[in-house]
Each structure stands twice: as structure tokens, then as C-alpha cells.
Design a protein around this ligand. Structure first.
Ligand code: HEM
Length: 375
């Protein structure tokens, strides 16, 4: 299907097999357009970014050049499964403390926002420990990451673009300083000989990819589970596995609904002719609900046949490097935080703005019904 989005034509691929075919053929379909701004940026916004020294060279997700495997290997080493596993106890203790405090508030009849009060900064705090990213100003990082997702992936008007470019540009300048002398991953990328723009680009993408996607997913998953009492009961009595719940959540509620590739030559996808240069939007969320791979596509049935065959993390040469980390964080949150959901009503469901790729839920507020409340 060809569709128009703010004046740009995209070919939308929806079937699981075809989405996978495109993702795993980097020769015919390059990743170069992955971070292109959906709404073309006016000169005024470009000037704001340029004043702050903003550049986004091909680094990770948008890099089909020969430099990609080397950069990817350094980042992958920082996110190795054993390093991720080492963070689990610390994260469990922190989530447990937060859940205890939130339980007290719920018991007192107060509303609780599971996004703002629980999930919004969790991924950043873990990431900061794992790859030594600056976590001191978590709200600033969250604001920057959300601004970046809106600036590059949302339909935005010129005034909004200017404001977003200012937020993104300011934070990019902070990252540039950190990239020049920061420890951890920044130091390892420098030691591996990558130029400053690449170090900044990698940190920029990790903060967006590692922080926002995961906090969005945790919020969406908790909201989904709120409406699945049988699954909550199965988790509580141990008949449903936590990891199966996480996979089914990734399949049904992936925080990244689409991802892009660009055709490098004239080709065909299924019966459709695709000219060289065409922008291809891969509907990852649709692929997870394809009846050809999963038994009951729209039902939340942890462990059902096909549940793990989702493409929430992409596939092939650019497959997500944070998949293990996301799974660990989501498992901890499901284990520790789902008891909060029982016996509560939804005061405010997550609202997701118009965005080509990211869900960006803004809140998820629950409360215990009491004599004076009507939830
Ligand atoms: C629910 C959470 C997440 C989702 C749904 C997600 C999804 C994705 C997707 C769809 C891609 C593009 C894959 C492709 O082009 O084939 C990607 C790439 C990437 N993700 Fe994630 N991601 C998540 C969390 C994370 C986390 C926590 C990190 C790191 C801390 C991370 C790091 C990366 C990196 C570095 C890439 C680029 C890999 C490359 O181009 O070689 N992601 N992710």
C-alpha cells in the first residue's frame, strides 16, 4: 500500500513475511533513512540545530556503511547479556521500593500515575549504570528524548519544530561535551578510534532508543495487563510465566509501531513494484498480529503459538541491541508491579500522540475505588 504522510509517499508493508524479508535484505533495502525527519525541516529549525553543532551522521540504526559493524560491536559489548543480568538485583530492589511507596498512596485513596511515578525514568537509570551515560538530570534526558521523537517522527508545524530543535540542540551540545571526555561507552568508542561525531551520534541514539522505547513499553504493558485479569491471576499463582507475558506484550503492544528502510534499486515486494529510492514503512505492530504466524492474533495469550515471532526489535543486521535489556527490565516490572493493578480502576488511560513510529504514552493513572471515588 502506498500512503502519503506530510507530503512524502511511503510504501507500507504489513505482512510478517514481507516485513521480515525487507529487514533481512540490507543490500536491497538500506537503513539510511531510519532517522530522517518525517516533516521536512525548515531552514530556521536547521539553523537552531546547527548553532548547537547538531549532526546526526550514519552511526547505528541509520548506518548501512562499512563503519556500522565496528560501532555496533562496541555498543553490543556494553549491552552484553552478562552485564545486563548484573543489573537485575539492583533494579528489582529499586522497583520494589517504588511499588511499596505507591501501594501506600493507593491504600490512602490517592491516584497513582504508573508512567510518571514508576516507569518514566527506570530505563535511563539502568542505562546510566550499564554504559555510564549521564543520569544526573533524568527529567532533562526524558524531555530531550521525547522532543527528538516528536521532531523526527511526528507531523509538526514550523513553530513547534523551532521549539523542539532548541530542546534537542541544547541537549546535543551537552552530549558533545560528555562524548569528548566521558567514561564508559563514550571512552570505549573513542579508544576504538571513532571520531567525535560518531561518539555523540551513538550516545544520542542510545538515549532515545534505550530510554524512551522501554519506558513506553513498560507503560503500555501495565495498561494492557490491567485489562487482562485472567493473566494477572495466572501471574499471581505462577501458572503463567513472566517471560511469556513480556513477549506477548512486545507482540501486541510494541512501542515502535513502524520502522523505515529505503530501496537501493528497483525491486518488488510481493506483487508491488518498488522504485529505487522509495521510502518503505515496515509496520512492525501489524506483523505481530499477522494470522499467518500467530494463532490468536488479537488475544493476549502468553505462550500461544507464534507469540515470540514478533518483529518488535526488527531483524537482521540492525536488530535491536537492547532486546535483552528490555526483556530484563520488563520482567522485573511485571514481577514487582503487577500486584499494584489488582482492585484498581483506570482514572486516565495512556494517550498516544500522532507519530509515525513511536507510541509515546503520556500517563497511566489508576486508583482504588473507595466510598468517595467513582473509578
Ligand atoms: C521495548 C524496547 C525497544 C524496542 C521495541 C526497540 C526496537 C528497536 C528497533 C525496531 C530497532 C531497529 C531494528 C532494525 O532496523 O532492524 C532497534 C534498533 C536499536 N536498538 Fe532498540 N528497541 C528497544 C529498546 C532498546 C534499548 C533498551 C536499547 C539500548 C539500551 C536499544 C538499542 C538499540 C540500538 C543500539 C539499535 C540500533 C542497532 C543497529 O543499527 O545496529 N533498544 N530497536
Amino acid at each position: 500500500m502506498v500512503t502519503d504522510h506530510v507530503g512524502v509517499d511511503h510504501l507500507v508493508v504489513t505482512r510478517h513475511a514481507l516485513v521480515r524479508q525487507v529487514l533481512t535484505d540490507p543490500v536491497t533495502y538500506a537503513a539510511d533513512n531510519a532517522l530522517d525527519a518525517i516533516t521536512p525541516m525548515p531552514v530556521a529549525a536547521l539553523r537552531v540545530l546547527a548553532r548547537r553543532g547538531f549532526r546526526l551522521p550514519p552511526t547505528l540504526a541509520n548506518n548501512s556503511a562499512a563503519s556500522h559493524p565496528g560501532i555496533r560491536a562496541t555498543v553490543a559489548d556494553a549491552l552484553r547479556p552478562d552485564r545486563v543480568a548484573e543489573q537485575r538485583d539492583w533494579l528489582t530492589a529499586m522497583v520494589r521500593d517504588r511499588v511499596t511507596a505507591l501501594t501506600t498512596r493507593l491504600d490512602a485513596g490517592s491516584p497513582v500515575d504508573l508512567y510518571a511515578d514508576l516507569t518514566a525514568d527506570l530505563p535511563l537509570l539502568v542505562l546510566a549504570r550499564l554504559v555510564d551515560l549521564p543520569a544526573s538530570a533524568a527529567p532533562a534526558v526524558t524531555a530531550f528524548a521525547r522532543a527528538a521523537l516528536e521532531l523526527f517522527w511526528a507531523p509538526v508545524d514550523a513553530d513547534r519544530q523551532l521549539a523542539l530543535a532548541d530542546t534537542v540542540g541544547r541537549f546535543h551540545a551537552v552530549l558533545r561535551t560528555f562524548a569528548a571526555d566521558g567514561p564508559g561507552l563514550a571512552a570505549r568508542l573513542r579508544t576504538a578510534g571513532h571520531p567525535p561525531d560518531i561518539v555523540v551520534g551513538a550516545l544520542f541514539f542510545l538515549l532515545v532508543a534505550g530510554q524512551e522505547t522501554t519506558s513506553q513499553f513498560l507503560t503500555l504493558l501495565l495498561h494492557r495487563l490491567h485489562g487482562e485479569p485472567a493473566v494477572l491471576a495466572g501471574l499471581a499463582d505462577g501458572t503463567i510465566r513472566v517471560d511469556a507475558v513480556v513477549e506477548e506484550g512486545l507482540r501486541l503492544d510494541p512501542p515502535i509501531v513502524t520502522w523505515r528502510r529505503v530501496a537501493t534499486r528497483d525491486t518488488t515486494i510481493g506483487p508491488v513494484q518498488v522504485p529505487a529510492g522509495a521510502s518503505i514503512v515496515l509496520w512492525l505492530a501489524g506483523a505481530g498480529r499477522d494470522g499467518a504466524v500467530v494463532e490468536e492474533p488479537t488475544a493476549f495469550r502468553p505462550g500461544q503459538p507464534g507469540s515470540r515471532r514478533h518483529l518488535a526489535f526488527g531483524a537482521g543486521a540492525h536488530r535491536c541491541l537492547g532486546a535483552q535489556l528490555t526483556r530484563m527490565e520488563a520482567a522485573v516490572v511485571v514481577e514487582q508491579a503487577t500486584p499494584l493493578l489488582s482492585g484498581t480502576g483506570v482514572v486516565r488511560a495512556p494517550w498516544c500522540p500522532d507519530n509515525l513510529s513511536f507510541r509515546m504514552p503520556d500517563a497511566f493513572v489508576i486508583r482504588r475505588p473507595g466510598p468517595s471515588t467513582d473509578v
